[in-house]
Design a protein around this ligand. Structure first.
Ligand code: CAA
Length: 383
């Protein structure tokens, strides 16, 4: 296990940080207030290669490693957690399953524009009756000649309706549980595929989230991803990688809040000295730095395991749970350090505080993270 990033990693961090500081930071407050997706920023991120970091150059990606991807999401989220998740959901959820399970034809058609950032990807798994229990999927896909006919509804889908390509999970063989679920690549323009308005969320408001509605949507047979019945495993394997992305998003939000609070605490004077030097606050800031370091190491460790094709499900779940619980705590403490000023709109810690909460919920709640870790430590409960 390598505990030090390379010069290339740090050069990438600098590049993403400069972009985030120069282009995103000045508009982050307005994006949040207006619930607005930054189309131009996302296009520019595509051109800079930020939307295809871990994919081979031959498929339009940057050919970098998983740690580079984690750094990219962290640095975007350090300024705006919404932009961080646009990148993460696109890269880990909307693109990776096509890279890992797609045919050569599917990769040429879908992976290349996704990795180049010319198209945006999304992942349609969650339903009203299939949240934590993803195996309860009810959307159906019935084979009819050369097409599958999709019917059903997905909720809470990040990047919808902005995304162009959706990896969607549906039941092809009812009655056999998770083994009856298959994965499909669905294009935004397929007839009968529509969206709800995007939700008005507590945080990450620069990212869009909407419902997907399928009404007799004809999906060509050639858009089946992997084999029939392999969908649940594709979803689970995809989420393992996605959790590295969300852990990085949480880390970035926490880092942004920590730096903001540290800067303020060094300036703000009470009782005749900067409040950072009041021991109660020094200790808070020291704890934040310690836990951020621990989260970063956990994330890079899980990323390195993924890079080396070793088992990493539990490591990704641990990192996601640890980093997101941490983000919630750090953003709360950072706001506390600001006192009353932190409670007023326009101060970044107020936004970070709202952005952090979702990281404990999506891509598997932190309760489900413990189920995943528990399955690797205690083992599965006897049936
Ligand atoms: N990789 C590959 N295969 C896996 C796997 C993995 N990580 N985890 C499980 N599987 C396989 C199992 O081996 C098993 O295979 P067999 O039946 O052939 O033995 C099969 O999948 C079923 O496994 P389980 O019995 O463990 O499945 P389960 O029904 O008990 O569910 C769960 C397990 C961990 C609770 C799972 O349902 C889960 O992860 N739930 C959370 C869902 C989730 O994370 N949703 C997030 C939505 S996306 C999102 O949030 C994105 C966003 O907005 C940004």
């Amino acid at each position: 296990m390598r505990f030090k990033t390379t010069a290339e990693h740090e050069a990438l961090r600098k590049k993403v940080r400069e972009f985030a500081e120069e282009k995103i930071k000045p508009i982050a407050f307005d994006l949040d207030q207006n619930n607005e997706y930054p189309d131009d920023i996302v296009k520019e991120m595509g051109k800079l290669g930020f939307l295809g970091i871990p994919y081979p150059k031959e498929y339009g990606g940057q050919g970098l490693d998983v740690i580079s991807y984690a750094i990219t999401v962290e640095e975007l989220s350090r300024v705006d957690g919404g932009v961080g998740v646009i990148c993460s959901a696109h890269t880990s959820l909307g693109t990776w399953p096509i890279f890992a399970f797609g045919t050569e034809k599917q990769k040429k058609k879908y992976l290349i524009p996704l990795a180049k950032g010319e198209k945006i990807g999304a992942f349609g798994l969650t339903e009203e009756n299939a949240g934590s229990d993803a195996g309860g999927t009810e959307t159906t896909a019935e084979l009819d000649g050369d097409n599958y006919i999709l019917n059903g509804k997905k909720i809470f889908i990040t990047n919808a309706p902005k995304a162009d390509t959706y990896v969607v999970f549906a039941v092809t063989t009812p009655g056999i549980g998770t083994h009856g679920i298959s994965a499909f690549i669905v294009e935004k323009d397929f007839e009968g595929f529509t969206f709800s308005d995007h939700y008005d969320k507590l945080g990450i408001r620069s990212s869009t989230t909407a419902e997907l509605h399928f009404e007799n949507v004809k999906v060509p047979k050639e858009n089946l991803l992997g084999k029939e019945g392999q969908g649940f495993k594709i979803a689970m394997a995809t989420l393992d990688g996605g959790r590295i992305g969300i852990a990085s998003q949480a880390l970035g939000i926490g880092q942004g809040a920590y730096e903001s609070a540290l800067g303020y605490a060094k300036e703000r004077e009470q009782f005749g000295l900067p409040i950072a030097h009041l021991q109660v606050n020094t200790f808070k800031l020291a704890d934040m730095a310690t836990y951020l370091k621990a989260a970063r190491l956990m994330i890079y460790s899980a990323a390195e395991l993924k890079e080396n094709h070793e088992r990493y499900s539990a490591d990704a779940a641990m990192a996601k749970q640890f980093a997101s619980d941490l983000a919630e705590k750090i953003t709360s403490e950072a706001l506390q350090l600001y006192g009353g000023s932190g409670f007023i709109k326009g101060i970044d810690v107020e936004r970070f505080y709202r952005d952090a909460k979702i990281t404990q919920i999506y891509e598997g709640t932190n309760e489900i993270m413990r189920v995943v870790v528990g399955a690797h430590t205690v083992g599965k409960a006897p049936k």
